[in-house]
Write a protein that binds this ligand. Structure first.
Ligand SMILES: *[C@@H]1O[C@H](CO)[C@@H](O)[C@H](O)[C@H]1NC(C)=O
Ligand SMILES: *[C@@H]1O[C@H](CO)[C@@H](O)[C@H](O)[C@H]1NC(C)=O
Ligand SMILES: *[C@@H]1O[C@H](CO)[C@@H](O)[C@H](O)[C@H]1NC(C)=O
Length: 243
């Protein structure tokens, strides 16, 4: 009887230890997702008037970067989100004439890899370093002026018009103008940037088309894009000659 008891106890201990080793062996494998991670796109969607910004974040594939950065960084993020009316106020064809790389840069220029609460803009030193880079061609100055927070890029003057979202790690501010970095919209020193494509009547009917469903990573659409630009320029030249 005592022997049986011993046997049962050792059997129990054996099973217990097998259980323990299997659970400890499993636990370091797939890190469990943090509960309810902050999702920038979800927040912007909920606000309802950032459709173009969302589309560009997705087409440039920056959206997934943002969410993983929020999970990894201690510094947090500050995002200046241009409203849909900010995008439609852009000069017709502005987005259309950008290369895929420039679209990425334009989006990155709206993202600061550091959490800045609205009261911290007083103490943060301008220009802010954005994801697009820093230096003379990437100026993004935010200065407190009376009750408003003024933003200046050298090409765009505007103010923060609303706080869309803030916690202790992420701040999203609404801006009513697209923040244009000098780097994209002023000629680069070595090879002068090509003259902006002349306005066409057809373009003004759909100012957003340049953003639309183009796959940013596809070389084919990239080439097609340039073909289209050259085709448009060629057509205009031909028309003006025939006038
Ligand atoms: C800040 O913006 C406001 C509103 O647009 C403007 O009146 C003010 O002059 C600006 N301040 C500076 C220092 O640019
Ligand atoms: C931004 O601030 C820096 C430093 O204060 C200044 O030198 C620069 O001219 C400012 N740029 C713009 C576009 O306001
Ligand atoms: C932005 O504001 C500054 C000073 O407030 C002014 O000198 C500059 O011309 C403005 N730039 C644009 C593009 O409006």
């Amino acid at each position: 009887m005592e022997r049986l008891q011993h046997l049962l106890i050792s059997l129990y201990l054996l099973i217990l230890s097998i259980n323990l080793t299997t659970t400890t062996a499993q636990s370091p494998a797939p890190a469990p997702a943090p509960p309810g991670p902050t999702n920038v796109i979800k927040i912007l969607k909920k606000a309802g008037h950032f459709k173009t910004f969302i589309r560009l974040l997705k087409s440039t594939q920056l959206d997934s970067n943002l969410n993983s950065q929020l999970g990894n960084t201690n510094n947090g993020l500050t995002i200046f989100a241009p409203s849909d009316s900010a995008f439609s106020a852009l000069k017709t064809g502005t987005l259309r004439t950008l290369t895929d790389q420039e679209k990425v840069e334009l989006m990155q220029f709206h993202i600061v890899p550091m959490f800045i609460s609205s009261s911290q803009f007083d103490t943060v030193s301008s220009p802010l370093k954005t994801h697009a880079g820093s230096g003379a061609r990437f100026q993004l100055n935010v200065t407190a002026s009376g009750n408003s927070l003024n933003i200046s890029t050298g090409l765009t003057n505007t103010t923060i018009s609303d706080t869309v979202y803030t916690d202790t790690n992420l701040a999203i501010y609404q801006v009513d103008k697209v923040l244009l970095p000098l780097d994209i919209f002023t000629p680069k020193p070595p090879p002068p940037a090509p003259a902006p494509a002349p306005k066409l009547k057809a373009e003004s009917e759909s100012p957003d088309d340049g953003v639309s469903k183009k796959d940013i990573s596809s070389a084919v659409s990239f080439i097609m894009y340039h073909d289209t630009v050259f085709f448009i320029v060629g057509t205009v030249v031909a028309i003006s000659f025939s006038l």
